[in-house]
Write a protein that binds this ligand. Structure first.
Ligand code: AKG
Length: 252
């Protein structure tokens, strides 16, 4: 999606911003007041690509963020994991997390994303717990198949990567040190569905306090989300583009 020039300018901007900040997360309020970042989620080509999976309309959430040097292990995004998230397994559920990387992905140096392909599907639908293979057969098949499903995505700087909310993924690990910072621009989108939208928004706000290693931590990037109202907190160019493309921007 991004040209080498755009990538260079954005990397320079990130070097400067993160150089002066005491965080590795650039919050949505900064993202929205930086025209070169703010225009990306609603660019014509980005919207066109998302419409190939959503159809004519979808929702865009306010949790824009740029992260520096994020390296995280295998997981499902917390908004979609856990026993209270049954709705994410309903047949029509569709939510894509979106990221644009500002460097190539590399098996040695990292920089992008690994996925377990097919992990967003109901567990091995074709060998279910009700199958003649029984529970242990299912576990055996999972062990056998899962390692083969691990993929390091071939990503070039400026590519847009979208992953289904239920997909198991991780940062491609950095196996060899590199001096280049890893930068990634994230935003979230979903199918128009009032229940799913409310769940996701509520979940994000709930994340302003997080329990980590037994202690409660405050997360400014989530805490500011209730104050980012659409359209007031958004640049006019984004509002115009959202209206033109029938993208519903949903805020609290
Ligand atoms: O971009 C990455 O390195 C991983 C991103 C990720 O796992 C996430 O945002 O949930």
């Amino acid at each position: 999606m991004l040209t080498p020039d755009e990538i260079g300018r954005l990397r320079d901007f990130c070097d400067e911003w993160f150089g002066a900040a005491d965080t590795d997360e650039m919050p949505a309020s900064v993202f929205l007041r930086t025209p070169e970042l703010a225009r990306i989620p609603l660019r014509e080509d980005v919207v066109a690509l998302l419409k190939t999976v959503y159809g004519e309309s979808y929702v865009l959430y306010p949790n824009f963020i740029v992260r520096k040097n994020l390296y995280v292990g295998w997981h499902i995004d917390p908004a979609f994991a856990g026993p209270d998230k049954r709705y994410v397994w309903k047949p029509g559920f569709l939510h894509f997390q979106c990221v644009i990387y500002l460097q190539d992905n590399d098996r040695e140096l990292g920089g992008g994303l690994d996925v377990i392909s097919g992990s967003h599907r109901p567990v091995l639908r074709f060998i279910s717990g009700r199958s003649p293979f029984g529970y242990y057969g299912v576990q055996f098949a999972r062990r056998l198949l899962m390692p083969r499903a691990k993929h390091t995505l071939r990503i070039r700087a400026g590519d847009l990567v979208i992953w289904h909310g239920r997909a198991v993924h991780r940062s491609t690990p950095m196996r060899r040190q590199t001096r280049e910072a890893k930068y990634a621009l994230f935003f979230s989108t979903g199918q128009r569905d009032r229940f799913a939208t409310n769940q996701f928004l509520a979940d994000m706000v709930g994340h302003r306090y997080q329990l980590k290693k037994g202690a409660t931590q405050y997360s400014p990037r989530y805490a500011e989300l209730p104050d980012l109202h659409y359209p007031d907190a958004f640049p006019p160019e984004m509002v115009e583009s959202a209206t033109k493309h029938s993208v519903e921007v949903v805020t609290l």
